[in-house]
Design a protein around this ligand. Structure first.
Ligand code: NAD
Length: 503
């Protein structure tokens, strides 16, 4: 029998007001894995109201940072204790290979809660007083209020942690809405937040469609701030909806990240790194290195190395520990990838590896695609400019560092980038000229909750992670305290003709 999942609103598990449910499909098999309560507009309002009440009347925003930190540490501990179940859910719901779910996903969720617990403690002792012209002044940072967090299907559990941890560490309350394609670990994290003893309504999780539950949250006057991760197209819609009551927004959007291989790179290492950059999670990663620029003098030999090793990547069921690459999330996504591969062929690029659906024995209904490499690509082609969100790499030659930087920056996106080189000084020079929020040198996908992550250009607004990401969840207040008292001479700026007390 399939397991059933409920929403978490006001500290309690709840069905949808309409009684509606939807199926979670396992991308490795194409079969129903679980049944989930489907939140509609009413449920979004119910969750926003629970978060509003918890913020306006509950203890959470008034607590000291170090007190809130204890709850975050408790959530981290519960994630550790429940790692097996969470990993299994992520694998069967979102198609993460079990190696990735148990390793990177669980590790990142735990460290995100721990890092924001640390920041919450550290930040509580700030606010130095300064004296200025007869007044004492200080700056206070306060929670913003109710946050709506809307997340995509590609890294559900991590995305939930990236939003919940900083929001609540800073004293806000939150309603999280995952994508319909992969909601289970969000709902499970909702349960763990309740088990950790967080006051009712501090964390609410509702699974529903973007058009219903998502829009209702972003449009709601009960909500003060929106944290969105998803496509650039939906990001634009979020900005419009959020303008109603001038909600503060952070947007983490799409990408078409450029990896630049300079002629002095360790080729063996860079080949492995470039493959990791694109084929990790079947390319369904916002920061995937989808455009690979290789210096012309090493281009042929590098391409040969890439193709040889790409052929060795084992595509298989996400639940199978031997699989290097699992399925894409859905039939729709599989068809999108296929369409882009056809477009690349039509544009005149050459398929050097893959290019077709992958067949996995015993999993005929799964959504598998071969690791695909295009050569003969021009940076202006659609396969080099549009986000495919699948295992498709476009390789483009360049002459010198100047041209590499120019081509890499020729994109509407600016999420991440990278340089492969044996010369750190040369690599840093290139890195500093890339117009992206993150640049990796001789590495890829190294996202760290202590350092900011986010995009330039149409890859987004604001940053997540680190002190900078924490501040995105806080208002800044200046308090001016007059020290001179009522008998002092009136400040020259008080130039109204107010009668004096003695008059
Ligand atoms: P999506 O934009 O289709 O959906 C993201 C979320 O928004 C989902 O929860 C969806 O239900 C919701 N949504 C959709 N329409 C909405 C609306 N009108 N109002 C409110 N909510 C709405 O993205 P996706 O297909 O789930 O995820 C893939 C995209 O996410 C890619 O473009 C990828 O680059 C991006 N992404 C970015 C980052 C990053 O950090 N920059 C990380 C992961 C994914």
């Amino acid at each position: 029998m399939t397991e059933r999942f409920q929403l978490w609103i006001g500290g309690e598990s709840s069905g949808a007001t309409s009684g509606e449910t939807f199926d979670s499909i396992d991308p490795s098999t194409g079969e129903v894995y679980a049944q989930v309560a489907k939140a509609g507009k009413d449920d979004a309002v119910r969750a926003a109201q629970a978060a509003r009440t918890a913020f306006d009347e509950g203890p959470w925003p008034k607590m000291r940072g170090r007190e809130r930190a204890q709850y975050l540490l408790k959530v981290a501990e519960l994630v550790k204790q429940n790692a097996g179940r969470l990993a299994e859910l992520e694998t069967n719901d979102a198609g993460h290979t079990i190696r990735m779910s148990k390793g990177a996903d669980i590790g990142m969720v735990i460290s995100t809660f721990r890092v924001f617990a640390e920041i919450a403690v550290r930040e509580e002792d700030e606010a130095p007083l300064t004296r200025s012209q007869g007044s004492m002044n200080y700056i206070r940072r306060e929670p913003i209020g109710v946050c709506a967090a809307i997340t995509p299907w590609n890294f559900p559990m991590q995305m939930a942690a990236w939003k919940i941890a900083p929001a609540i560490a800073a004293g806000n309350t939150v309603v999280v809405k995952p994508a319909l394609l992969a909601p289970l670990t969000h709902l499970e994290l909702g349960r763990l937040c309740v088990e950790a003893g967080l006051p009712a309504g501090v964390v609410n999780v509702i699974a529903g469609s973007g058009a219903d539950a998502g829009e209702a949250l972003v449009d709601s006057p009960l909500v003060d701030r929106v944290a969105f991760t998803g496509s650039t197209e939906v990001g634009r819609r979020i900005m419009q909806l959020a303008s109603g009551n001038i909600k503060k927004c952070t947007l983490e959007l799409g990408g078409k990240s450029a990896a630049i291989v300079l002629d002095d790179a360790d080729l063996d290492y860079a080949v492995d790194g470039a493959l990791w950059g694109i084929f990790f999670h079947a390319g369904q990663v916002c920061s995937a290195g989808t455009r690979l620029f290789v210096q012309r003098s090493i281009h042929e030999v590098f391409l040969a190395g890439l193709v040889k090793r790409a052929d060795g990547i084992r595509v298989g069921s996400a639940a199978e520990p031997a699989s290097d690459m699992g399925p894409v999330i859905s039939k729709g996504q599989l068809e999108t990838v296929e369409r882009y591969v056809a477009t690349g062929r039509d544009e005149g690029a050459d398929v050097l590896a893959g290019g077709e659906r992958a067949m996995v024995e015993g999993h005929d209904g799964g959504f598998y695609f071969q690791p695909t490499i295009f050569g003969g690509v021009d940076n202006s082609m659609r396969i080099a400019q549009e986000e495919i969100f699948g295992p498709v790499l476009a390789v483009i030659p360049f002459e010198d560092d100047e041209e590499a930087v120019r081509l890499a920056n020729r994109s509407i996106y600016g999420l991440a980038g990278g340089v492969w080189s044996g010369d750190n000084a040369r690599a840093v020079k290139v890195a500093e000229r890339l117009r992206t929020g993150t640049v990796w040198i001789n590495d890829w996908h190294m996202i760290n909750p202590r350092y900011p992550f986010g995009g330039y250009k149409q890859s987004g607004l604001g940053r997540e992670h680190g002190e900078v990401g924490f501040d995105e969840y806080r208002e800044i207040k200046h308090i001016h305290l007059d020290l001179a008292g009522p008998n002092r001479a009136r400040h020259p700026w008080w130039d109204l003709s107010v009668p004096k007390r003695s008059d």
